[in-house]
Design a protein around this ligand. Structure first.
Ligand SMILES: [Zn+2]
Length: 175
C-alpha cells in the first residue's frame, strides 16, 4: 500500500525517532509499503517519519542502472559505526522537499549496522551514492533534513517555496 509523503515544513520531520524495540509483522509490512511508496515516487530512499511514522526505519535502493536487478534494503535501527575523513559532494534532493536540489558534503564512505527485515544484525560499508543516501536517510531519523546543511538564506528560500507549494496543494484539494 502506498502512503502519502509529508512535505517540509512539518513538525514530524523535525523529531528524533524512537528505536524499534520489537520487530513485528506490522513493522515488516510497513517497510514493504515504504519501498512501494519510494519506488512509486520515484526516489532512492525513504525514512519512516516522511510518512508520519516516528520509528527508526529507513528503506533505500540506489541501483539506478537500467536492466539491473533492484537492490532494496530495509534497515531497522540503522547506525553509522564509522565514517571516512574523505568527503564527497552530491547534489541531493528529498521526497519531502520536491524539485529542490543542492550540493551537500558528507563522508565518502560509511560503515552501517542495522537490523534487517528478518531481525538479523547486518553490517556493511557503503560508498558513492549509497553512502550519501544512507546518511541522508539516517539524518531523517534524527529530525535533520539536507537543507539543514545549507546556508540559512538558501534554506529559508527553499522553505518558503515549500510553504507556497503546500498552500497550493491544499487549495487544489479544497477546490
Ligand atoms: Zn529525504
Amino acid at each position: 500500500m502506498k502512503h502519502s509523503i509529508l512535505i517540509h515544513p512539518d513538525p514530524r520531520l523535525k523529531k528524533v525517532c524512537a528505536p524499534v524495540a520489537d520487530l513485528s509483522d506490522k513493522l515488516r509490512l510497513l517497510a514493504d509499503d515504504m519501498l512501494e511508496t519510494m519506488y512509486a515516487a520515484p526516489g532512492i530512499g525513504l525514512a519512516a517519519p516522511q510518512i508520519g511514522v516516528m520509528d527508526r526505519l529507513i528503506v533505500l535502493d540506489c541501483e539506478k542502472e537500467e536492466g539491473v536487478e533492484p537492490k532494496p534494503l530495509i534497515m531497522f535501527n540503522p547506525e553509522i559505526i564509522s565514517a571516512s575523513d574523505e568527503t564527497n559532494v552530491y547534489e541531493e534532493g528529498c521526497l519531502s522537499i520536491p524539485d529542490q536540489y543542492a550540493e551537500v558534503t558528507r563522508p565518502k564512505e560509511v560503515e552501517v549496522q542495522w537490523l534487517d527485515r528478518d531481525g538479523n544484525q547486518q553490517r556493511q560499508s557503503f560508498d558513492g551514492l549509497w553512502a550519501t543516501c544512507v546518511q541522508h536517510e539516517i539524518d531523517h531519523l534524527d529530525g535533520k533534513l539536507f537543507i539543514d546543511y545549507l546556508k540559512p538564506l538558501k534554506r529559508q528560500m527553499i522553505t518558503r517555496k515549500m510553504q507556497k507549494l503546500k498552500k497550493e496543494r491544499a487549495r487544489a484539494k479544497g477546490a
